[in-house]
Design a binder for this molecule. Sequence first.
Ligand code: KPC
Length: 537
Amino acid sequence: MDLHEKHLTMAEWEALILALIHRAEVGEVAEPLENVHREKGSHYDVIFVGGGAGGRFGSAYSQARGLRQLVVDKWPFLGGSCPHQACVPHHLFSELAREMDYMRWNAETLFFPKFDDAKASIVEAIEVFKNGRNNAHAFMNWQSKEQLDMEYILNSWATVVDKNTVEVNGETFSCDNLVLATGAGTYLPPEIKGLLAEPGTPLGDRLLKRGVYDFSALIDPGLDYEPTSCVIIGGSKIAIEYGSFYQAAGCQTTILTRRQLMRTESLHHVDEDLRRYVVKNMKLRGMEIVEGCEILEVLGTERATGVRVLLADGTEDVFETDFVFIGTGERPPTKPYVDALGIEVDEKGSIKVNSRMQTSVPGVYAIGDLIGSPMEMFKARKCGMTAAKNISGEFAEFDFSEYPDFLHTTYEVTWVGLTEDEAREQYGDISVLQMPPKGIEDHEVCLPLSEGTMLYGHSRPELTGFQKAIYDNRSRRLVGAHHVGYGAKDAFQYLDHLIKKGITVDEMGEMNELFLNPEHFIQLSRLRAGNRDLTSL
Ligand code: KPC
């Protein structure tokens, strides 16, 4: 469908995308959606293969710099997996987990009813997401065309022929620069037996065995039964986040992980006190966490019936379940680019790039999840922007080795900068402003007390969260901040910037808090500001 001269409303976009998704679900090849300015010819300054966050933000920045760009995506909408199967459903489920957790703790107090497990349906939550995601899809296409003036071809596969040639639906487009942005998918460890559907089993095009899901299969084709329990393989962010949702929904959840929780390769700067608070609270909600184990096999032929593991003590055990969820991290499928371009990849298959997003092939850039960890939104989008800047002739680098990070349990967990141990190692003389303070048990104090925890503060002080700010005593600079609670994500984006700018305890004390704020770093800092010799609090 040629949309170049058309200006669809949001409602028209919604209807169009929905129809195409339904046709794809029943195996039909539907027509492409094209916003291509053919009057300008078929040559582009830059073609983005993949229209997720990286491709879309890279395209927007290319437009801003006056480059002619084209972005191609297999799905009938821009925005990639985020609004379709990944970040957005994860955030919806984490929000529901938080609400259910709140309802459970407060059940039959004040105006809260008895918590009804039967109404906490995982399947219904997925349906709510699937019925609502269409609006975000539509907005991505509307904004990209009407406000950002991007050229795009959607619902179409792009074939990279060589570094200057891309084929889409049999048509050839040429470019001076190529940006690869096709993302990553769940890594299925080959050593785990029984994850995949047995050859010949009547499962349609399902890759995974029945009863085995990852974040994307959970949505498409979708969970079609209410599980009685869940066993999660892996200890990734996804494992922790989805596991916390299942548990909050009343589905007894066990996490089987090789490493300690929150000590996986992909997470850095996780403070030990914060980690302990997070894990303790997951267990308090009834989750079982088995660390140091090796997953051997998913049992069951027609469908999963359990998971066989080698435990840390060397014995084998079987965890029975009707719902196995894989959270073993993600890897990018890059073989097509290796075959077509001879591009260099690392040991995990991620495309190797320099700080300008340039690959080993001149004129070819790679961005987002395709270049490996961290597989986070800010990185994908800024990679796209960095590639576009370089293509437009600027010298632009992007160092994403240090960044604010977060995950959800039934809490929002945020951190930035150094942990207490790292700060002590690096600076020696440090002060730690912490709540609850060291030496005081969680149940002894209703602090941190703030929006989202006021009720806990008055009934269950141990649930109000945890926070810690770390200062280097010599320079008086903030070097790390850590938080478990609600509503602090926004502050951490700015704290990241302030830490990089070198904000001191005295400057923190001069800031104007909006009391009661989720993290109390301003008031805690003010209680120590002015002291010639900083000490902990
Ligand atoms: C919630 C939302 O913004 C939709 S998903 C974002 C995709 S993109 O803007 O391309 O990063």
